[in-house]
Write a protein that binds this ligand. Structure first.
Ligand code: GCU
Length: 325
């Protein structure tokens, strides 16, 4: 049923978007993403929508399809490439299947903390990454804060990588995420985010890994009672516009969109912090056990992931730059 609606919406989207883009003064950019509307990333996108509307006096608008209404992150990226929708927000992991540079963001313990992460994402490295998508018809607009990802499990507490042995852990659908979880000792099970709640409930997997706001807004905490703060990766979220649509915009319209994105980035970081605080309080009340393991064994065991990527002559200089920053 959902698939059916999605197809109808996409067809509608094609008609509305392309006619708006080519005819009148007003344009509407269709924007799909997979997170629920309570999520701080969705709230960031709402700011982008509002600011764009104000700046353009309604001439350039965004219409949002949240909650995976138009499909998974992979499907949304494909819709962008074929020009059916204009924009999406995905995890940089999902993007790494399409644009190799984003694989770097999935290296465990590469970013030392949030400050180091944003110093890179908002500096030369980030600019280069956002631009690298153009070759694949996926132009980066901005990065959103997606905090740190940690493991969570149904029945087994995890204190060290040894405890991950034999655990089926859902990861995102990309090679780097699979490699990360397997290298740490788990049995990586890639699947789309939207399928995970049922998979956890039905014991298809024993756990997963994500940031706190996604753990909460997806209701996975109802099924998983251990959240382990190993913080193995800091994979950001990325807003993307299809180059086809970007090229249809005038310089003035591009300016409005960039300005709206910039304002949304600052606000989204605030939403993120506020949400973490509220979520942690709620999780404690719900009886989720927080485990703060010693990080060193995780750091050590995951080292080969970075070593493997360093063999790529295109990626090595970027990794070196991040490490030196
Ligand atoms: C994060 C990210 C999503 C992604 C999800 C996942 O929540 O913000 O874009 O879909 O992780 O694990 O798939």
């Amino acid at each position: 049923m959902r698939k059916c609606c999605s197809i109808v919406l996409v067809i509608l989207g094609c008609i509305v978007v392309s006619s708006c883009a080519s005819v009148g003064n007003n344009k509407t950019l269709y924007f799909a993403h997979s997170l629920p509307t309570s999520h701080p990333v969705h709230k960031g996108i709402l700011v982008m929508q509002e600011v764009l509307n104000e700046k353009s006096e309604g001439k350039l608008q965004i219409k949002i399809f949240p909650d995976g209404q138009l499909g998974s992150e992979r499907e949304a990226l494909e819709l962008l490439q074929i020009g059916s929708i204009a924009m999406t927000k995905v995890s940089a992991s999902a993007l790494s299947n399409f644009v190799p540079e984003y694989q770097i963001t999935v290296i465990p313990y590469l970013f030392r903390d949030s400050e180091h992460l944003f110093k890179n994402l908002e500096g030369e490295v980030g600019k280069q990454m956002l631009a690298s998508g153009t070759e694949y018809l996926l132009r980066g607009v901005c990065f959103y804060d997606a905090g740190a990802r940690s493991f969570y499990t149904k029945d087994r507490p995890v204190y060290s990588p040894d405890d991950l042995e034999g655990l089926k852990v859902r990861v995102q659908n990309d090679q780097m995420s699979v490699d990360m979880a397997n290298t740490l000792g788990a049995s990586a099970t890639p699947m789309a985010f939207g399928e995970l709640y049922t998979a956890l409930q039905q014991n298809v997997v024993d756990g997963a890994e994500n940031n706190i706001p996604s753990f909460v807004s997806s209701n996975h905490f109802e099924v998983c009672k251990y959240y382990i703060f190993d913080e193995h990766t800091m994979v950001p979220d990325v807003v993307i516009i299809g180059t086809k649509f970007w090229n249809l915009l005038s310089d003035e319209e591009k300016g409005w969109l960039d300005a709206a994105a910039k304002e949304s980035v600052a606000k989204q970081k605030q939403f993120w912090q506020e949400t973490i605080e509220e979520n942690m309080k709620m999780l404690r009340e719900e009886g989720v056990e927080f485990i703060y393991p010693e990080k060193e064994p995780f750091v050590k065991k995951s080292k080969p992931v970075m070593e493997r990527l360093m063999k790529d002559p295109k990626l090595k200089p970027i990794i070196d730059k991040i490490n030196a920053n």
